[in-house]
Design a binder for this molecule. Structure first.
Ligand code: CP3
Length: 360
């Protein structure tokens, strides 16, 4: 097995000239690379301007010039080590022909798949045609990036995407999707199997277009008890990772099982992912001893600490860096940048991460 932990490396002599990819390969860098989930978005005035010009959020996701522009906006300000394709996890249901709207102030709304008999409404015909603008965005972003900046592609995990498809939007209880999964395990498995297949195809197309790493967002992994967690989170993720590794053995896959609690250890060890993203609840020192000894980790500052800013944020940033920068590590938040985040606070955060070698 390859060694995942190595000595601090000079970026210039690394086999991975991009620090983000070096960290994902297991290298320990003097200054950890960083990017932020939802680094492009409504907290940036320049995003709001393009968003308004685009009309709807879906139009923005499907307009390569505008999607490329908003992908690189945060990099111009803060020089992150990675860009993440600007898109949404609900592009997969859109590609399958499910009706999708983003309602201003209310979030996404889909025509719900309430039972196995509704699966006939979904079709893989035309999936890549409908999503061709996403792949075009990847190509354009790759050309627009500085040499040291990596490009991350992404998808939602089957479970999290199914949550929105069945519930018809966001939810507090997720009663409809859990009800379907528990009431009709075989019918629900057919939905998950369909999502596995198209997620592999979708990520493969992003990789072929130029994505250098991919992240699987499992935002609602944490609402499942242990047995369904294995069946609906770990197993589908393991099969997606195996299929992608078969085709693209060198493209790293990051998994983000938000809210998984103690199950994050089984998730990391059993899915075959290359790195795990930590949500805000995972204690950094625990992650160092239980997770980072196996694989690189990414995370996990509370996004609301970036809203607060100042010393409160700085103290917590240093605690994370102290616990995790001795192993392969990518600094990130534990969830997406909040809409009310003052852009200057993100600048302060970037400075704190970059100046860590002077404080360590
Ligand atoms: O991280 C990035 O900068 C890349 C872009 C990205 C978006 N969504 C843009 C977006 C990524 C990686 C996502 C992932 C995503 N989308 C997740 C997983 C991560 C998480 O947050 O848990 C989920 C669950 C979704 C589904 C989704 N999309 C919801 C629930 C919403 C509405 C909530 C909201 O913030 O409005 C969206 C819309 C969305 N996706 C926005 C952005 C920038 C806001 C839309 C707008 O500009 O009006």
């Amino acid at each position: 097995m390859r060694s995942l932990v190595s000595q601090p490396t000079d970026h210039a002599v690394s086999a991975f000239p991009k620090p983000f990819l070096a960290a994902l390969s297991g290298q320990v860098l003097d200054r950890p690379p960083f990017w932020l989930m939802r680094q492009a978005g409504r907290y940036l005035p320049e995003y709001r301007k393009v968003r308004q010009q685009a009309g709807s959020f879906l139009d923005l996701c499907l307009s390569p010039d505008q999607a490329c522009e908003v992908t690189v906006q945060p990099l111009r300000r803060y020089g992150m080590d990675a860009a993440i394709l600007f898109s949404d996890i609900l592009m997969v249901p859109y590609g399958l022909g499910q009706r999708l709207d983003y309602v201003e102030g209310e979030g996404p709304q889909l025509e719900p798949i309430t039972a196995a008999s509704d699966l006939v409404r979904l079709s893989t015909d035309g999936f890549h045609h409908r999503l061709a603008p996403v792949y075009q965005t990847v190509r354009q972003v790759l050309k627009a990036l500085p040499d040291h900046t990596a490009l991350i592609g992404f998808a939602g995990s089957p479970w999290t995407v199914a949550c929105y498809m069945v519930q018809g939007g966001g939810s507090k209880e997720w009663d409809k999707v859990k009800g379907f999964a528990y009431r009709d395990p075989i019918g629900f498995a057919a939905l998950i199997a369909l999502l596995e297949t198209v997620t592999v195809d979708y990520l493969a197309a992003q990789i072929e277009a130029g994505a250098e790493a991919v992240q699987l967002f499992d935002s609602w992994a944490g609402i499942l008890p242990p047995n369904p967690f294995r069946r609906l989170v770990i197993e589908p993720t393991r099969r997606i990772v195996a299929a992608l590794k078969h085709r693209f053995p060198d493209v790293p896959i990051i998994g983000f099982p938000r809210g998984a609690g103690v199950m994050i250890e089984a998730y990391l060890l059993e899915t075959g992912i290359d790195a795990v993203a930590l949500d805000t609840t995972v204690p950094p020192a625990w992650a160092a001893s239980r997770l980072q000894v196996h694989r690189p980790v990414q995370g996990n500052l509370d996004p609301i600490l970036v809203v607060a800013g100042g010393n409160t944020m700085a103290t917590e940033v240093d605690e994370i860096l102290r616990a995790l920068s001795g192993g392969p590590f990518i600094f990130n938040l534990g969830h997406g940048v909040a809409q009310v985040t003052p852009p200057d606070h993100v600048g302060h955060l970037a400075d704190l991460i970059r100046s860590w070698p002077e404080r360590r």
